[in-house]
Design a protein around this ligand. Structure first.
Ligand code: BF8
Ligand code: SF4
Length: 621
C-alpha cells in the first residue's frame, strides 16, 4: 500500500517507510491482518452480554432473527450502543474524578506541586454554583466547590450542577424527555444495569437513557475535568507553538507525554526545568531536555504551556521509530498496547504512571499527587539517563515542525471579542460568518490519516464557517498549517476579514477531548445571547475519523444538546433499521438534532453547509 493512501501527513508517510524497512509492525498492518472484519459486529447485531450466547442476528433474514434470550436486532444494537456510550462517558468522567480528587486534596493543603492558579475562575465558578465567595479565603471556596462537585458523581435527587449552564429551553426539554442527568456514576451504572439480559427490552427507552448517560459526560464528568484543570493549571489563552514529528530535536533528550490527564504532565514540565536534571543531560552529551506532547495530554500542555505537539493518535508508534525518543510517559486512554513492542526495538523507555493503566514491558512509576514534583523528577531523570543508550545512526526525524496557534478557551475567545459574544453573534447575523462547526475526534486507520479533518475543515472555512477543533482533529489541522493567523487567507472573505481584524486563525484550538465541553459552553452563551435554544443556532459537529468509545459519548451529548453531528466512520448500528432511523432522522423531532454518516469529507462539507443555511433561514438570517 502506498503510504500516501495511509496518511496525508508527510512525517507519517516517511516514518511508515522506516517501519517497513525495519520490519516493525504498525496499526495499519494490524488493520490489514484483521480483514475481513466480522460483518455481524460491523452492523452491531452480535451480542455476548450473557452466557446463553454469544448470539448474532442474520441481517439477510435467512438465519436466526433472535438471540437465545429472544432479543432481536433492534434491542441488540441499542444495548451495544448504550454500553459504548457508558464506556466512553465513564472514561471521561473517571478522568474528571481524578482531577477533582487532586483539586480537593490541593484545597485541603495535602498535595505538593499543585496550587490554584486561576483564582478568578475558581471564584466565578463557585458563584455560578451558588457557593458563597465574599469574605472567604480561596481555600474555603475551593473546599466547598470540591464537595459540591463530588456530589455530582453519586446519587443525587436533582440534576448535575452544570446542567444549569445550558439554556433554559434545553433544560425543560431534557426534563420533559426524562433525560436530565442525575449522578455521573449513576447514569453509567444504570446503563450497565439496563443492558443486562432481560432489563430494558425497549430500544427507544435504551437510547433515551443513552442520551442521559452522554449528558452526564458532557455536562458532568468532562466539564468538571475541563473547569478544574483550568483552575489548577491555568485557563488557556492564545499561544504559539509547533507541531509534527519535527518537534523532536536531534541532539536533545526527547520525552513524549502521551495520554489524557494533565495532572502528572504538568509537574513533569516543572521537573524538566530543574537545573540538576538539565546539567545531567548535558553531561551525557545532550543539548537539553525537550518535552513534546502526544494525543490529548499533549493538547492539554499545548493549550496551557505552549509545549510542542509531536502528533495525534496514529503517530504514537511512529514517534518511537524516529530513534530520537528517550521516554514515552503515558497516563491513560488511547495508548496502544503496541507502544511497548515498538519501544523494545529502540532505546525508548515507556513509563506508565497510572495504577489503573499498566503496560507489560513498561517501567511503572506509580503517580501519587502527594509527591507530584518528586515523581516528576524521577520520571524526567529516567528519560535523561536513557539518552546514553541512543544510537545516533538510527535517528531519523522527518520534516521541520509547523507553527500552530492554540489556547482558545471560551474565556480567551470572549476576551478577544471584548468580553461578550455580541460581536460574534453580529458577524453571524449579518452573514460575514455563516456559522460554526466543531470538527473533533480521533484518527482511525480505516481513513487516510488527517484527510477527513483537514479536507472538511478547509471546505468549511472557505465558505465562511468558523471551525472549532479539539483532540486529534486539532493536531491534524495544525500539521496542515490551518491553525496560524496567516491561514485566514484560506478562509472566505467574511471569515477572513473577521480573523484578520482579531489576529486569530479561522480554525480555533479549544483543547483536548474533555474540552469539547468548552464548545458546549460557547454554544450556550450564543444561544442565551440570542434568547434561543442551542438547536436553533447555525452550528454543527463532525467527527470525520472517530474510533473511540469516548467519541461516541461526545457525539451523543452534542446531539442531545441540539447540535447535529456528522460521522465519517460508520457506527455499528446499521443492522437495526429502527435504531438507524431514530438516530439519523427521528431524533430531530425529539432533541432538534440528529446524526448523519458521510465518509467523504467533501460531501460532508456540503451536507453541513446546507444544514447551517437551513438553521439560518429558520432564524430569519
Ligand atoms: O480524547 S481524539 S484518538 S487522543 S479519543 Fe483519543 Fe480520539 Fe485522539 Fe484524546 Ni479524543
Ligand atoms: Fe444472546 Fe440474549 Fe445473551 Fe445477548 S443477552 S448473548 S442476545 S442470549
Amino acid at each position: 500500500r502506498d503510504p500516501r493512501t495511509m496518511s496525508i501527513a508527510s512525517d507519517a508517510q516517511q516514518m511508515i517507510e522506516v517501519a517497513r524497512s525495519e520490519g516493525i509492525e504498525t496499526v495499519w498492518d494490524r488493520l490489514e491482518a484483521q480483514q475481513p472484519q466480522c460483518g455481524f459486529c460491523v452492523l452491531g447485531v452480535s451480542c455476548r452480554n450473557c452466557a446463553m450466547g454469544p448470539c448474532r442476528v442474520d441481517p439477510f433474514g435467512a438465519g436466526p432473527q433472535k438471540g437465545v434470550c429472544g432479543a432481536g436486532a433492534d434491542v441488540i444494537v441499542a444495548r451495544n450502543l448504550g454500553r459504548t456510550i457508558a464506556a466512553g462517558s465513564s472514561s471521561h468522567s473517571d478522568h474528571g474524578r481524578d482531577i477533582l480528587e487532586v483539586f480537593a486534596a490541593t484545597a485541603h493543603g495535602e498535595t505538593t506541586g499543585y496550587r490554584i492558579q486561576d483564582v478568578g475562575k475558581l471564584t466565578r465558578l463557585a458563584a455560578e454554583l451558588g457557593i458563597p465567595t465574599e469574605d472567604r479565603t480561596t481555600t474555603q471556596v475551593a473546599v466547598d466547590l470540591a464537595d459540591r462537585l463530588m456530589d455530582d458523581f453519586g446519587t443525587r435527587r436533582a440534576s448535575l450542577s452544570f446542567v444549569e449552564r445550558s439554556p433554559k429551553p434545553r433544560q425543560e426539554l431534557w426534563d420533559r424527555l426524562g433525560v436530565t442527568p442525575r449522578g455521573i456514576d449513576r447514569e453509567n451504572v444504570e446503563m450497565l444495569h439496563r443492558t443486562h439480559m432481560g432489563v430494558d427490552n425497549d430500544p427507544v427507552n435504551i437510547l433515551l437513557h443513552g442520551l442521559r448517560t452522554s449528558l452526564a459526560d458532557g455536562w458532568g464528568g468532562s466539564m468538571i475535568a475541563t473547569e478544574l484543570s483550568d483552575i489548577m493549571f491555568g485557563t488557556p489563552s492564545p499561544v504559539m507553538s509547533t507541531v509534527n514529528l519535527g518537534t523532536l530535536k536531534p541532539g536533545w533528550v526527547n520525552i513524549a507525554l502521551h495520554g489524557h490527564n494533565p495532572m502528572l504532565s504538568d509537574v513533569i514540565v516543572q521537573a524538566a526545568e530543574d537545573p540538576a536534571l538539565v546539567d545531567r543531560a548535558r553531561e551525557l552529551g545532550a543539548e537539553g531536555i525537550n518535552l513534546v506532547g502526544l494525543c490529548c495530554t499533549g493538547n492539554e500542555l499545548l493549550m496551557r504551556r505552549g509545549v510542542p505537539m509531536a502528533g495525534n493518535h496514529l503517530m504514537q508508534e511512529l514517534a518511537i521509530m524516529t530513534g530520537a525518543l528517550e521516554a514515552m510517559v503515558v497516563d491513560y486512554q488511547c495508548i496502544m498496547p503496541s507502544v511497548t513492542d515498538v519501544a523494545r526495538c529502540y532505546h525508548t523507555v515507556v513509563i506508565s504512571t497510572a495504577d489503573k493503566a499498566r503496560f507489560p514491558g513498561a517501567v511503572h512509576v506509580s503517580f501519587d499527587p502527594g509527591r507530584g514534583l518528586e515523581i516528576g523528577r524521577d520520571i524526567v531523570s529516567r528519560g535523561v539517563e536513557a539518552f546514553a543508550n541512543r544510537n545516533p545512526d538510527r535517528v531519523r526525524i522527518p520534516d521541520e515542525p509547523v507553527e500552530i496557534m492554540a489556547g482558545f478557551s471560551v474565556e480567551a475567545i470572549l476576551g478577544a471579542l471584548g468580553g461578550t459574544p455580541a460581536p460574534l453573534v453580529e458577524a453571524i447575523a449579518d452573514g460575514r460568518i455563516r456559522g460554526a462547526v466543531g470538527v473533533v475526534g480521533c484518527n482511525n486507520p480505516k481513513i487516510t490519516q488527517d484527510y477527513g479533518h483537514v479536507t472538511l475543515t478547509r471546505r468549511l472555512i472557505e465558505n465562511d464557517i468558523l471551525v472549532l477543533v479539539t483532540g486529534c482533529a486539532a493536531v491534524a489541522n495544525g500539521k496542515a498549517g490551518q491553525m496560524v493567523p496567516a491561514a485566514a487567507s484560506l478562509a472566505g472573505p467574511g471569515l477572513r476579514a473577521t480573523c484578520e481584524a482579531l489576529g486569530i486563525p479561522p480554525v480555533l484550538h479549544m483543547g483536548s477531548c474533555v474540552d469539547n465541553t468548552r464548545i458546549l459552553v460557547l454554544a450556550a452563551a450564543l444561544a442565551d445571547h440570542l434568547g434561543v435554544d442551542m438547536s436553533q443556532l447555525p452550528l454543527a459537529g463532525a467527527a470525520p475519523e472517530w474510533y473511540s468509545e469516548k467519541a461516541v459519548a461526545i457525539g451523543a451529548y452534542v446531539v442531545a444538546s441540539g447540535i447535529t453531528t456528522v460521522l465519517g466512520v460508520d457506527p455499528p448500528i446499521l443492522g437495526s433499521a429502527a435504531v438507524t432511523g431514530l438516530l439519523t432522522s427521528g431524533l430531530d423531532d425529539v432533541v432538534g438534532a440528529k446524526f448523519a454518516v458521510e465518509a467523504d469529507p467533501e460531501k460532508a462539507a456540503v451536507l453541513i453547509r446546507r444544514h447551517i443555511e437551513g438553521k439560518r433561514a429558520a432564524l430569519g438570517l
